[in-house]
Design a protein around this ligand. Sequence first.
Ligand SMILES: [Mg+2]
Length: 377
Amino acid sequence: MKITDVKTFLMEGGRRQWLFVKIETDEGIHGWGEGTLERHEKAVEAAVHAVAIRIEGRDPTQVERLWQSMYRHGFWKGGPVIGSAISALDQALWDITGKVYNQPVYKLLGGQVRDRVRAYTHAQDLTGARELVDEGFSAFKTGGWVVGTNEVNEKEIPAALREKIKAMRDEVGPDVEIMIDNHGRSRPYVAIRQIEAIDDLGVSFFEEPVPPENLDSLQLVRNANIKTELATGERLYFRWGYKELLERRLVDVIQPDVCHAGGISELRRIASAAETEHILVAPHNPNGPVACAASVQLCAAIPNFKILETARDMPWHDTVQKNPLKIIDGFYELPTEPGLGIDLDEDVIAQRPYSEEGAHSSYVPSVNAFDGAPEDV
Ligand SMILES: [Mg+2]
């Protein structure tokens, strides 16, 4: 079997511009991957075609051999653009390989270690929290910076966060897991004050308390007298991006993204490295349907899995799939079809072309301080 073509598709997904990759073979079997990197979709699309040169004409079922060629023969390593390109191609190679052997990908990863995959989604307010609990979810995540408070003096943020989380806790009761994503927006002093403010409210983890590019800042938060668990990792790439974070045990939960950190192959290795340090994995997964399917396959097979992020309110997420995955009572059922267990409808993709407007504004607006100075989004 040989790879005959690698195609890319950009689709306006609603809250993201999705980048899909399709690998075709001389035996008529195809595989889907996804490398969505919001605001940088076209950079990843170009990178996919640059990386694909190294696997075209080769046997797609030699996934590890091709992964090594993609990673090592490019000379330049790491980063979100190359990471997302290799991730997309890796997912598609696994999809093809599963179809060749007529097994779901998790069967090729050693088989499932769990019968279903627990998912969480997002709530910004009390109504949203109540709705998803009523839908059957037992966990949700919300923002650490109360919406609109970026223009408020940062000293007011901890009290505002407490008020928000306390109201959510009162609304959903003690048994629903609440997680907080701080989007790496705080300096260490503020992050510590935020966590102190919610430390008695049973929050499952506080994510990206500080910007991800300085582990010493994260260490300051880690050293504080707080008991809430910490999480990070959606903006780290390949196993070397996680090495020091894991060895220093700076968080309790890591959040690699199958779209960015090196695909199914690399996330499995990153999960094993985390297992060595007794750290759990809660994959970042706000992108499109192929990334979600790849995440479900991975989560079925890794022992130190905690919970999988899942995005709602994206009508095209299911529409573009021929056989969308199902969430029942807050859990993904394990697919039984071969490969990733999904297929995309190219006619639907063609109905929703890439939009410059969406690329610039639809997902995360620019955030500026009260005086107009740019802040982290
Ligand atoms: Mg996050």
